[in-house]
Design a protein around this ligand. Sequence first.
Ligand code: NAD
Ligand code: GLY
Length: 372
Amino acid sequence: MNHHAVSNTTLQVSLGERSYPIMIGAHLLANPESIVTFLPAPRVMLVTNETLYPLYGEALAAALRQHGIHVLKICLPDGEQFKDWPALNQIFDALLEYACDRKTTLIALGGGVIGDITGFAAATYQRGVPLIQIPTTLLAQVDSSVGGKTAINHPRGKNMIGAFYQPLLVLADTDSLKTLPEREYRSGLAEVIKYGLGLDAEFFGWLEANIDALNCRDAAALAYAIKRSCEIKAQIVAADERETAKDGGRALLNLGHTFGHAIETALGYGVWLHGEAVACGMVLAAQLSHQLGSLDAASLGRAVALIRSVGLPIAMPDIATDAILEHMGRDKKNEGGNIRLILPSTIGTSVVNATVSTARIGAFLDSQKLKA
Ligand code: NAD
Ligand code: GLY
């Protein structure tokens, strides 16, 4: 389908007085009026990184200034290894240096790293200031910018220090994905597949049928994948904002993440991309579910085939089982010492399982390494 035939969409995250729109479409950044109307005062701190400022930040700042907005900016170093205290402090230092007040809006322009760290800064600076998310990676457009999870990493664990804090607006300009490096793009597709495998069989089938188009960034296919992913996420977040539902709720969005976060942390932040670790984590969750007699062989085969067709890792990296188990033991979903896994039971449905012992998970991981 022709790029210009792709229409813009606005979805809503319904959270009472904290509800907000997700605007998805092409050319959105070229016209910042939609941003301006959300600002409680004509002052913003643009938080971005060294890579994105020359690509999109400079033009956005200039366009906002043309609308009479006072724009301050901070460029953080680029990388998952900088989603940490020193980078967070850089934001606080800049906000204090310029005496930013409670109506200064923080604008996060970037991928999940910038979105998560800026969101946490917005949640905590002067006990909370307005936040707008402008995600520029596929992963951030389909997942991290929506739903209000903000955090920084600790050397001992991913996203261990953070807050739930919703933005005023999410603005996803699909044009910005054109400059995204291939490996980052594929990493984002892992989270898209997560929605299909864990929550929506029909979407999974659509992904299987359209994976070639997605692999070559076909604009129409991409627009639909982003829209559908955000619809699913918005619905889940509206029903279980703080991940407390007994039946799984928001925790199901963590499919692949219990193994994935452990892999990411054990390898060292930035060695495997987040989406790569999640992809491998989804394969492990599917394999374990199959071993436990839940997911059938045909569905396991479909899950692995789709992940493989995107070029994402389907085999465990070489990490000691003890190290993985240690990180899994610190997962935020755990309760009373039990590891809570999200396991797919069919294509499109998943469950929380807290009954698999650590020893059993260890034996499972060892068996996967032998296969690799
Ligand atoms: P990222 O933020 O590191 O971005 C990936 C790379 O692409 C970076 O080098 C970035 O500078 C570059 N980049 C970004 N947009 C670009 C563009 N348009 N053109 C060219 N280069 C561009 O990584 P990510 O995959 O976006 O995010 C991963 C992070 O998101 C992880 O820290 C993960 O924990 C977090 N996450 C959070 C949530 C949540 O709910 N808050 C959900 C999923 C993931
Ligand atoms: N990325 C998982 C969540 O937002 O809950």
